[in-house]
Design a protein around this ligand. Structure first.
Ligand code: LLP
Length: 446
């Protein structure tokens, strides 16, 4: 995070707080979230997209994708920085409502929403329900009518569309037919039919179509291709139905740097490229530019947090049978693992780690940083350099763990989920407390 600095003795400070002090006061493992960094990233999205799209005459709404990490404090920060909040379950909706995010600034996603979730979203008067199937359009309409909504008081709806463009990293591929659970395909007029299905219900207001093409995307090209496809759909729908949808949502997926060999996406540059593409495509299609929304999650909260772990057992393991190629790998065990960060195990995700409480020896060893779970695959960092004198009691800081870490955390092995500690201007505040064994036992009814 931007508030990270190294002190003269080689120890790490975050927003002016010594991590040794943080570890002492808060315990480990802990997610430490740099509030100013989160806010600045949120604001930067809003500013970059507002400016870029303003130049082509379009307004922009930025939704913070709560799935990356959501808590009451974070939902408030996002709002205070001018963002809306995107939720995809009743649970996320409940957190956002607890944070008093105005309903109009909320969205609800999900490929399998329950009636209860839809009802709560309607009652909260969310700014958009993103529908994911034809059947769901009928259910949302029925629940809207049951809630007393009418043509004068409609429930705003977007239709999730799959363009066949999937992106992540530098590659994207285009396929005519989708074979995954989200959205309604552009192919065969299905998306067009879904837009019509929304129009057919007087209690629903069709805002437009929604596209999310993937996550951890590193360049603008795939977003631009998706935008073109979606604008084509919008124009075709206007031609066939006489209704020009006022909005277009281009989803999230903006990539960040986890390791030194990755480059984060250049947000202002992507915003400008996208705005230009949208303006050009609309000019070609003869339609006015729509209001645009985007839904970044990872790129706002990911780089803003680090995980602090305490080193326990340090174990040299001789790998091989003594012949050529035999080597010693040092297993450095920390007090968390796959329960606070499943991404390395699930996706082969790589991170950056540093010794955080002191400088350490100049000599390095090759380490595999592992957790405390009863599973040999419980690896946090597969193959990294650490100072050769890394020892029990040391602190390790793993960078860029703010997104999909705490939000995907589990209680595997009845390990307690770590707290999230917000740091700002030399002060620490726990925004999500550490789980206790009492929390776990409270669920067990014997
Ligand atoms: N909007 C929609 C509709 C989404 O499905 C997602 C992410 C986002 C926005 C936010 O995408 P972001 O800007 O954070 O990339 N657990 C995986 C990531 C799953 C992303 C799912 N959808 C991971 O840890 O990499």
């Amino acid at each position: 995070p931007s508030g990270a600095e190294l002190a003269d003795d080689g120890s790490l400070t975050l927003a002016g707080i010594d991590v040794r002090e943080l570890a002492e006061q808060q315990g480990t493992p802990a997610f430490v979230l740099d509030e100013a960094d989160f806010r600045a990233r949120a604001r930067r999205y809003a500013d970059a997209f507002t400016e870029a799209f303003g130049a082509v005459g379009a307004e922009v709404d930025v939704f913070y994708a709560g799935k990356a990490f959501l808590s009451v404090a974070v939902a408030r920060w996002a709002c205070e920085e001018g963002l809306n909040v995107d939720t995809c379950t009743g649970g996320e909706l409940a957190v956002a409502l607890r944070a008093e995010v105005p309903g109009a600034r909320l969205g609800l996603h999900g490929n399998n929403k329950s009636d209860d979730e839809i009802r709560r979203a309607i009652d909260a008067r969310v700014g958009r329900v993103v529908v994911d199937s034809l059947a769901e359009i009928e259910r949302v309409a029925a629940l809207a009518a049951a809630a007393g909504r009418t043509a004068e008081d409609r429930v705003p709806v977007m239709v999730r569309v799959t363009t066949g463009i999937h992106a992540g990293g530098h590659e994207f591929i285009s396929t005519a037919h989708e074979d995954q659970k989200f959205g309604i395909s552009l192919a065969g007029g299905q998306a067009l039919a879904a837009l019509d299905a929304v129009l057919a219900h007087p209690e629903l207001e069709l805002l437009g179509a929604h596209s999310h093409i993937g996550s951890q995307i590193q360049d603008a090209a795939a977003f631009e291709a998706a935008a073109r496809a979606m604008l084509g759909l919008r124009a075709e729908h206007a031609r066939t139905s006489g209704y020009l949808a006022p909005e277009l949502d281009l989803g999230g997926g903006y990539g960040i740097a986890y390791t030194a060999d990755e480059t984060p996406i250049d947000v202002p540059a992507v915003a400008r490229a996208l705005a230009r593409t949208v303006a050009d495509a609309c000019a070609e299609l003869g339609t006015p530019v729509p209001r645009i929304s985007i839904e970044p999650g990872r790129s706002i909260v990911g780089p803003a947090a680090v995980t602090l772990y305490r080193v326990g057992v340090v174990k040299p393991v001789t790998v091989g049978d003594g012949a050529d190629g035999t080597f010693v790998r040092t297993y450095v065990s920390v007090d968390g693992g796959m329960s606070d960060n499943i991404r390395p195990v699930l996706y082969g995700a790589r991170y950056t780690v540093r010794l955080a409480n002191r400088r350490g020896a100049d000599d390095v060893l090759r380490a595999r940083v592992v957790g405390k779970h009863c599973e040999s695959g419980d690896v946090v960092l597969d193959d990294v350099e650490l100072p050769a004198d890394v020892a029990p009691g040391d602190l390790l800081a793993v960078a860029a763990t703010g997104a999909y870490g705490r939000s995907m955390a589990s209680n595997y092995n009845h390990v307690l989920r770590p707290p999230v500690v917000a740091v700002r201007d030399g002060a620490a505040r726990v925004i999500v407390r550490r789980e206790t064994e009492d929390d776990l036992l409270a669920l067990d009814l014997g």
